[in-house]
Design a binder for this molecule. Sequence first.
Ligand code: HPA
Ligand code: ZN
Length: 348
Amino acid sequence: MNLAQPDRQALHAFARAMPKAELHIHIEGSLEPELIFALAQRNGVALPYPDVEALRAAYAFTNLQSFLDIYYAGASVLLHEQDFFDMAWAYFLRAKADNVVHAELFFDPQTHTDRGVPFAAVIDGLHRACVQAHDQLGIRAELILCFLRHLSEEAAFATLEQARPHRDKFIGVGLDSSEVGHPPEKFARVFAAARALGLHAVAHAGEEGPPQYIRDALDLLHVQRIDHGVQALNDPELVARLARERIPLTVCPLSNVKLCVFKDLAQHNLRELLRQGLVATVNSDDPAYFGGYINQNFVETLDALGLDAAELVTLARNSFEASFASDAVKAGYRARLEACCREHGIAA
Ligand code: HPA
Ligand code: ZN
Protein backbone atom coordinates (compact mmCIF):
# COMPACT_ATOMS: atom_id res chain seq x y z
CA MET A 1 0.00 0.00 0.00
CA ASN A 2 1.22 3.48 -0.82
CA LEU A 3 1.05 5.13 2.59
CA ALA A 4 1.08 8.70 1.32
CA GLN A 5 -1.84 8.19 -1.03
CA PRO A 6 -3.87 5.15 -0.09
CA ASP A 7 -5.78 3.65 -2.99
CA ARG A 8 -9.54 3.78 -3.05
CA GLN A 9 -10.02 0.38 -1.41
CA ALA A 10 -7.62 1.25 1.39
CA LEU A 11 -9.40 4.57 1.91
CA HIS A 12 -12.75 2.78 2.14
CA ALA A 13 -11.33 0.35 4.67
CA PHE A 14 -9.91 3.22 6.69
CA ALA A 15 -13.18 5.20 6.61
CA ARG A 16 -15.05 2.13 7.83
CA ALA A 17 -12.52 1.35 10.54
CA MET A 18 -12.22 4.86 12.00
CA PRO A 19 -13.77 5.18 15.44
CA LYS A 20 -16.44 7.85 15.11
CA ALA A 21 -19.32 9.60 16.84
CA GLU A 22 -22.79 9.76 15.34
CA LEU A 23 -24.56 12.97 16.37
CA HIS A 24 -27.49 13.19 13.97
CA ILE A 25 -29.60 10.06 13.95
CA HIS A 26 -33.35 10.08 14.53
CA ILE A 27 -33.92 6.75 16.21
CA GLU A 28 -37.37 6.48 14.60
CA GLY A 29 -35.55 6.86 11.28
CA SER A 30 -33.59 3.68 11.96
CA LEU A 31 -36.78 1.62 11.86
CA GLU A 32 -36.21 -0.75 8.94
CA PRO A 33 -39.25 -1.95 6.93
CA GLU A 34 -38.74 -5.51 8.21
CA LEU A 35 -38.98 -4.30 11.82
CA ILE A 36 -41.98 -2.10 10.97
CA PHE A 37 -43.82 -5.18 9.70
CA ALA A 38 -42.68 -7.35 12.63
CA LEU A 39 -43.89 -4.75 15.16
CA ALA A 40 -47.13 -4.20 13.24
CA GLN A 41 -47.84 -7.91 13.54
CA ARG A 42 -46.81 -8.08 17.20
CA ASN A 43 -49.02 -5.09 18.06
CA GLY A 44 -51.93 -5.75 15.72
CA VAL A 45 -51.42 -2.50 13.83
CA ALA A 46 -52.72 -2.35 10.24
CA LEU A 47 -50.33 -0.83 7.69
CA PRO A 48 -51.40 0.76 4.41
CA TYR A 49 -48.80 -1.35 2.54
CA PRO A 50 -49.17 -5.08 1.79
CA ASP A 51 -45.52 -6.00 2.37
CA VAL A 52 -41.95 -4.84 2.96
CA GLU A 53 -41.24 -4.38 -0.75
CA ALA A 54 -44.29 -2.16 -1.25
CA LEU A 55 -43.31 -0.04 1.73
CA ARG A 56 -39.73 0.31 0.54
CA ALA A 57 -40.98 1.25 -2.92
CA ALA A 58 -42.79 4.21 -1.35
CA TYR A 59 -39.45 5.67 -0.23
CA ALA A 60 -39.16 8.04 -3.19
CA PHE A 61 -39.06 11.52 -1.72
CA THR A 62 -39.18 14.93 -3.34
CA ASN A 63 -38.57 17.08 -0.26
CA LEU A 64 -38.52 16.95 3.54
CA GLN A 65 -42.31 16.90 3.95
CA SER A 66 -42.81 13.98 1.54
CA PHE A 67 -40.43 12.00 3.75
CA LEU A 68 -41.94 13.10 7.08
CA ASP A 69 -45.40 11.87 6.04
CA ILE A 70 -44.08 8.32 5.59
CA TYR A 71 -41.72 8.52 8.55
CA TYR A 72 -44.54 9.36 10.98
CA ALA A 73 -46.69 6.59 9.48
CA GLY A 74 -43.85 4.08 10.03
CA ALA A 75 -43.54 5.11 13.68
CA SER A 76 -47.20 4.20 14.29
CA VAL A 77 -46.22 0.57 15.00
CA LEU A 78 -44.33 1.62 18.15
CA LEU A 79 -46.58 1.13 21.18
CA HIS A 80 -44.74 -0.47 24.08
CA GLU A 81 -41.51 0.02 25.99
CA GLN A 82 -40.12 -3.14 24.40
CA ASP A 83 -40.77 -1.76 20.88
CA PHE A 84 -38.64 1.30 21.60
CA PHE A 85 -35.93 -0.90 23.08
CA ASP A 86 -35.95 -3.23 20.06
CA MET A 87 -35.72 -0.32 17.62
CA ALA A 88 -32.77 1.28 19.41
CA TRP A 89 -31.00 -2.03 19.95
CA ALA A 90 -31.17 -2.81 16.23
CA TYR A 91 -29.56 0.58 15.57
CA PHE A 92 -26.79 -0.03 18.10
CA LEU A 93 -25.86 -3.36 16.47
CA ARG A 94 -25.53 -1.54 13.12
CA ALA A 95 -23.61 1.31 14.73
CA LYS A 96 -21.19 -1.15 16.32
CA ALA A 97 -20.49 -2.68 12.90
CA ASP A 98 -19.65 0.84 11.64
CA ASN A 99 -17.24 1.50 14.54
CA VAL A 100 -19.42 4.13 16.14
CA VAL A 101 -18.04 4.56 19.66
CA HIS A 102 -20.34 7.40 20.73
CA ALA A 103 -23.92 8.13 19.67
CA GLU A 104 -26.30 10.94 20.55
CA LEU A 105 -29.77 9.82 19.47
CA PHE A 106 -32.68 12.09 18.65
CA PHE A 107 -36.12 10.91 19.61
CA ASP A 108 -39.51 12.50 18.88
CA PRO A 109 -41.77 11.89 21.91
CA GLN A 110 -44.72 13.86 20.50
CA THR A 111 -44.98 11.44 17.58
CA HIS A 112 -45.84 8.80 20.16
CA THR A 113 -47.56 10.63 23.01
CA ASP A 114 -50.00 12.16 20.51
CA ARG A 115 -51.09 8.56 19.73
CA GLY A 116 -51.62 7.79 23.41
CA VAL A 117 -48.27 6.09 24.07
CA PRO A 118 -47.04 7.00 27.57
CA PHE A 119 -43.92 9.20 27.60
CA ALA A 120 -42.33 6.75 30.04
CA ALA A 121 -42.69 3.84 27.60
CA VAL A 122 -40.77 5.83 24.97
CA ILE A 123 -37.92 7.05 27.09
CA ASP A 124 -37.57 3.97 29.28
CA GLY A 125 -37.24 1.65 26.27
CA LEU A 126 -34.72 3.91 24.57
CA HIS A 127 -32.75 4.48 27.75
CA ARG A 128 -32.58 0.76 28.53
CA ALA A 129 -31.10 0.18 25.06
CA CYS A 130 -28.54 2.96 25.65
CA VAL A 131 -27.43 1.36 28.92
CA GLN A 132 -27.13 -2.04 27.26
CA ALA A 133 -25.21 -0.53 24.32
CA HIS A 134 -22.65 0.77 26.77
CA ASP A 135 -22.46 -2.45 28.79
CA GLN A 136 -22.47 -4.95 25.92
CA LEU A 137 -21.10 -3.05 22.91
CA GLY A 138 -18.88 -0.39 24.47
CA ILE A 139 -20.84 2.39 22.77
CA ARG A 140 -21.50 5.51 24.86
CA ALA A 141 -25.05 6.48 23.99
CA GLU A 142 -27.12 9.50 24.99
CA LEU A 143 -30.62 10.75 24.14
CA ILE A 144 -31.68 14.17 22.83
CA LEU A 145 -35.39 14.98 23.01
CA CYS A 146 -36.62 16.75 19.86
CA PHE A 147 -39.61 19.05 19.75
CA LEU A 148 -41.68 18.80 16.58
CA ARG A 149 -41.58 22.30 15.12
CA HIS A 150 -44.82 21.93 13.15
CA LEU A 151 -46.62 21.67 16.52
CA SER A 152 -47.19 24.56 18.91
CA GLU A 153 -44.98 26.14 21.54
CA GLU A 154 -47.58 25.06 24.09
CA ALA A 155 -47.25 21.42 23.01
CA ALA A 156 -43.46 21.68 23.31
CA PHE A 157 -43.82 23.03 26.86
CA ALA A 158 -46.18 20.17 27.75
CA THR A 159 -43.60 17.69 26.42
CA LEU A 160 -40.81 19.28 28.45
CA GLU A 161 -43.04 18.98 31.51
CA GLN A 162 -43.65 15.27 30.82
CA ALA A 163 -39.91 14.80 30.40
CA ARG A 164 -38.93 16.52 33.60
CA PRO A 165 -39.22 13.43 35.89
CA HIS A 166 -36.91 11.63 33.43
CA ARG A 167 -34.28 14.38 33.38
CA ASP A 168 -31.49 11.89 34.13
CA LYS A 169 -32.22 9.85 30.98
CA PHE A 170 -31.53 12.50 28.34
CA ILE A 171 -28.88 15.16 27.87
CA GLY A 172 -30.42 17.75 25.60
CA VAL A 173 -33.20 19.09 23.45
CA GLY A 174 -33.41 19.50 19.68
CA LEU A 175 -35.83 20.78 17.07
CA ASP A 176 -36.92 18.79 14.04
CA SER A 177 -39.77 18.13 11.56
CA SER A 178 -41.02 20.62 8.92
CA GLU A 179 -38.52 23.48 8.83
CA VAL A 180 -39.78 26.12 6.42
CA GLY A 181 -42.52 28.22 8.02
CA HIS A 182 -41.58 27.10 11.53
CA PRO A 183 -38.64 29.36 12.45
CA PRO A 184 -36.56 28.95 15.60
CA GLU A 185 -38.14 31.99 17.30
CA LYS A 186 -41.33 29.97 17.84
CA PHE A 187 -39.40 27.88 20.39
CA ALA A 188 -37.18 30.48 22.07
CA ARG A 189 -38.99 30.28 25.41
CA VAL A 190 -39.15 26.50 25.63
CA PHE A 191 -35.47 26.24 24.75
CA ALA A 192 -34.69 28.75 27.50
CA ALA A 193 -36.64 26.59 29.95
CA ALA A 194 -34.78 23.48 28.79
CA ARG A 195 -31.39 25.19 29.11
CA ALA A 196 -32.36 26.28 32.62
CA LEU A 197 -32.65 22.56 33.44
CA GLY A 198 -29.01 22.16 32.40
CA LEU A 199 -29.88 20.50 29.10
CA HIS A 200 -27.79 20.88 25.96
CA ALA A 201 -29.47 22.52 22.96
CA VAL A 202 -29.25 21.73 19.25
CA ALA A 203 -31.60 22.45 16.35
CA HIS A 204 -32.17 21.51 12.74
CA ALA A 205 -31.56 24.65 10.70
CA GLY A 206 -30.55 25.36 7.14
CA GLU A 207 -31.58 21.95 5.80
CA GLU A 208 -34.20 23.47 3.48
CA GLY A 209 -34.60 26.73 5.37
CA PRO A 210 -32.59 29.92 4.86
CA PRO A 211 -29.31 30.93 6.55
CA GLN A 212 -31.34 33.28 8.77
CA TYR A 213 -32.80 30.20 10.53
CA ILE A 214 -29.22 29.19 11.40
CA ARG A 215 -28.51 32.63 12.86
CA ASP A 216 -31.76 32.52 14.81
CA ALA A 217 -31.03 29.05 16.16
CA LEU A 218 -27.75 30.45 17.50
CA ASP A 219 -29.03 33.79 18.78
CA LEU A 220 -32.55 32.91 19.95
CA LEU A 221 -32.27 29.25 20.93
CA HIS A 222 -28.57 29.42 21.94
CA VAL A 223 -27.86 26.04 20.40
CA GLN A 224 -24.42 24.46 20.62
CA ARG A 225 -24.64 22.64 17.27
CA ILE A 226 -26.55 23.09 14.06
CA ASP A 227 -28.16 20.00 12.53
CA HIS A 228 -27.64 20.02 8.75
CA GLY A 229 -26.72 23.71 8.25
CA VAL A 230 -25.72 23.12 4.63
CA GLN A 231 -27.49 26.33 3.51
CA ALA A 232 -24.90 28.34 5.49
CA LEU A 233 -22.62 28.48 2.45
CA ASN A 234 -25.05 30.94 0.85
CA ASP A 235 -24.06 33.46 3.51
CA PRO A 236 -20.29 34.15 3.76
CA GLU A 237 -20.63 36.21 6.92
CA LEU A 238 -22.45 33.38 8.64
CA VAL A 239 -19.79 30.91 7.48
CA ALA A 240 -17.11 33.12 9.01
CA ARG A 241 -19.00 33.20 12.29
CA LEU A 242 -19.55 29.41 12.37
CA ALA A 243 -15.84 28.90 11.73
CA ARG A 244 -14.75 31.49 14.29
CA GLU A 245 -17.06 30.14 17.01
CA ARG A 246 -16.41 26.52 16.03
CA ILE A 247 -20.13 25.75 15.87
CA PRO A 248 -20.39 22.17 14.58
CA LEU A 249 -22.65 21.18 11.69
CA THR A 250 -24.05 17.65 11.73
CA VAL A 251 -24.20 17.01 7.99
CA CYS A 252 -26.13 14.08 6.50
CA PRO A 253 -25.07 13.61 2.86
CA LEU A 254 -27.32 10.72 1.79
CA SER A 255 -30.31 12.38 3.44
CA ASN A 256 -29.63 15.62 1.55
CA VAL A 257 -29.65 13.78 -1.75
CA LYS A 258 -32.74 11.68 -0.95
CA LEU A 259 -34.64 14.84 0.06
CA CYS A 260 -33.44 16.70 -3.03
CA VAL A 261 -31.42 19.33 -1.15
CA PHE A 262 -28.60 18.47 -3.59
CA LYS A 263 -29.10 16.91 -7.01
CA ASP A 264 -26.52 14.21 -6.33
CA LEU A 265 -23.62 13.53 -3.98
CA ALA A 266 -21.10 15.07 -6.36
CA GLN A 267 -22.93 18.39 -5.88
CA HIS A 268 -22.80 18.16 -2.07
CA ASN A 269 -20.95 20.96 -0.30
CA LEU A 270 -19.36 18.90 2.51
CA ARG A 271 -15.85 19.32 1.14
CA GLU A 272 -16.35 23.06 0.76
CA LEU A 273 -17.60 23.28 4.35
CA LEU A 274 -14.36 21.63 5.50
CA ARG A 275 -12.25 23.88 3.28
CA GLN A 276 -13.88 26.92 4.85
CA GLY A 277 -12.81 25.69 8.26
CA LEU A 278 -16.20 24.56 9.58
CA VAL A 279 -16.52 21.78 12.14
CA ALA A 280 -18.53 19.55 9.80
CA THR A 281 -19.38 15.96 10.67
CA VAL A 282 -20.93 13.04 8.73
CA ASN A 283 -24.11 11.39 9.99
CA SER A 284 -26.94 9.19 8.75
CA ASP A 285 -30.09 11.15 9.82
CA ASP A 286 -32.71 8.45 9.02
CA PRO A 287 -30.66 5.51 7.77
CA ALA A 288 -33.58 3.13 7.16
CA TYR A 289 -35.09 5.65 4.74
CA PHE A 290 -32.11 7.29 3.09
CA GLY A 291 -30.01 4.41 1.82
CA GLY A 292 -27.47 3.73 4.50
CA TYR A 293 -25.91 3.95 7.91
CA ILE A 294 -22.98 6.16 8.83
CA ASN A 295 -20.25 4.20 7.02
CA GLN A 296 -22.31 4.16 3.83
CA ASN A 297 -22.48 7.94 4.12
CA PHE A 298 -18.71 8.12 4.52
CA VAL A 299 -17.87 5.77 1.66
CA GLU A 300 -20.30 7.18 -0.90
CA THR A 301 -19.39 10.76 -0.04
CA LEU A 302 -15.66 10.20 -0.16
CA ASP A 303 -16.03 8.62 -3.60
CA ALA A 304 -18.31 11.36 -4.95
CA LEU A 305 -16.26 14.26 -3.61
CA GLY A 306 -12.81 12.72 -3.77
CA LEU A 307 -12.15 13.20 -0.06
CA ASP A 308 -8.62 12.31 1.02
CA ALA A 309 -7.37 10.58 4.15
CA ALA A 310 -6.67 13.85 5.95
CA GLU A 311 -10.26 15.01 5.36
CA LEU A 312 -11.59 11.70 6.69
CA VAL A 313 -9.51 12.07 9.84
CA THR A 314 -10.78 15.64 10.24
CA LEU A 315 -14.39 14.44 9.95
CA ALA A 316 -13.88 11.79 12.65
CA ARG A 317 -12.01 14.24 14.86
CA ASN A 318 -14.77 16.80 14.37
CA SER A 319 -17.37 14.24 15.42
CA PHE A 320 -15.65 13.88 18.79
CA GLU A 321 -15.13 17.61 19.23
CA ALA A 322 -18.79 18.24 18.40
CA SER A 323 -20.08 15.61 20.83
CA PHE A 324 -21.29 16.34 24.35
CA ALA A 325 -18.76 13.94 25.87
CA SER A 326 -16.47 15.23 28.60
CA ASP A 327 -13.00 16.47 27.69
CA ALA A 328 -11.43 13.36 29.21
CA VAL A 329 -13.67 11.06 27.16
CA LYS A 330 -12.95 13.08 24.02
CA ALA A 331 -9.21 12.70 24.62
CA GLY A 332 -9.70 8.93 24.79
CA TYR A 333 -11.61 8.94 21.50
CA ARG A 334 -8.86 10.97 19.80
CA ALA A 335 -6.26 8.48 21.02
CA ARG A 336 -8.29 5.63 19.51
CA LEU A 337 -8.49 7.51 16.22
CA GLU A 338 -4.73 8.05 16.21
CA ALA A 339 -4.17 4.34 16.86
CA CYS A 340 -6.45 3.54 13.91
CA CYS A 341 -4.47 5.94 11.71
CA ARG A 342 -1.21 4.23 12.67
CA GLU A 343 -2.66 0.79 11.94
CA HIS A 344 -3.69 1.96 8.49
CA GLY A 345 -0.46 3.83 7.77
CA ILE A 346 -2.24 7.18 7.64
CA ALA A 347 -0.83 10.39 9.08
CA ALA A 348 -2.95 11.52 12.04
N1 HPA B 1 -35.26 17.03 9.09
C1 HPA B 1 -36.25 17.42 9.90
N2 HPA B 1 -36.91 16.58 10.67
C2 HPA B 1 -36.59 15.29 10.65
C3 HPA B 1 -35.57 14.83 9.83
C4 HPA B 1 -34.87 15.76 9.01
O1 HPA B 1 -33.94 15.45 8.27
N3 HPA B 1 -35.51 13.49 10.03
C5 HPA B 1 -36.43 13.18 10.94
N4 HPA B 1 -37.10 14.27 11.32
ZN1 ZN C 1 -32.42 15.19 11.05
